[in-house]
Design a protein around this ligand. Sequence first.
Ligand code: ZN
Ligand code: ZN
Length: 327
Amino acid sequence: MKIKFWGVRGSIPTPITTDQLKEKLILLAKKSSNQLCDLDSFIKFIHELHPVEFGSIGGNTSCVEIQVNNKVIILDMGSGLKNLGDSIFSQPIEKRQKEFHIFLSHTHWDHISGLPFFKPANDSDTQIFIYSPLPDLEERLIQQQNDKFFPISFHSLKANINIITLEKNKPFDLDDIKINNITLNHPGGCFGYKISHNKKSISYVTDTSFHELSNSQKDDVIDTDLDKGNTHILDFLKNSNIMIIDAMYGTDEIELKKHYGHSTAQMAVDIGNIVKADTIVLFHHDPDKNDIEITKMYSDTKKYFYEKHPDSRSDILLGYDDMLLEL
Ligand SMILES: [Zn+2]
Ligand SMILES: [Zn+2]
């Protein structure tokens, strides 16, 4: 399975500002010591940096592409979906992907606003399947493109768009790919997904709160007395090879924001430890934090995790726009 992150931001698209970029460049110049004095050393310096250091975490909202067994599965259609569509349309017509399977967590704007800008949605040769357990999904998508808010209606998009209603908490088979869904803890409701193929699985649980788990301060708690809401999520996530998880807030913020339906980076990695995820991807970054603040939270979270679980073999990654993973 090939995974590409097209949007990792939560709530609202958040492009980097000129001032933030300047602050970043000054930090890089300090880090580079004398490596900026000639072009070759400068290029070497840039190549050795993490992409988030010389680039940006990215400002697009939730959208993750998984290529598996000649199928393209898309998790959410936030603003990152536009760039995915643009990359499809940058290829010659005969090579373009013509079929997409989109699994939707919920219909908050940051998870659906990319659809009207997804070029394949306006291509009459394209088939799009949009899956969700929401019984009224089509009505919601029609509302998003009501002429009071957008000039092109949902039904005038030229692609053949099929809305498929999934059974809640029941697996769905797409050829030999299994997709499970689970109800999450988020205002208005939300669903997580687990995509499994050839004994490998990727789980996607964003826009959910695990604060009850964090407050319980327990390790290895799968079979103990966690509240029911978390136990079924932990069971669902068990043995994920890659777990993409809501890590929006810092621990110092969650008390004030615990009803917003999001998690902290520390909760995310604690969950990853309990379910023994190989790779934990921190996702749905707070639009109120800039790259420097998010990378600081990431390094603090890794320090916290490996001090608490020195024997853990889980890898912790900071999701960023354009990040590629392979499973
Ligand atoms: Zn969201
Ligand atoms: Zn939401």
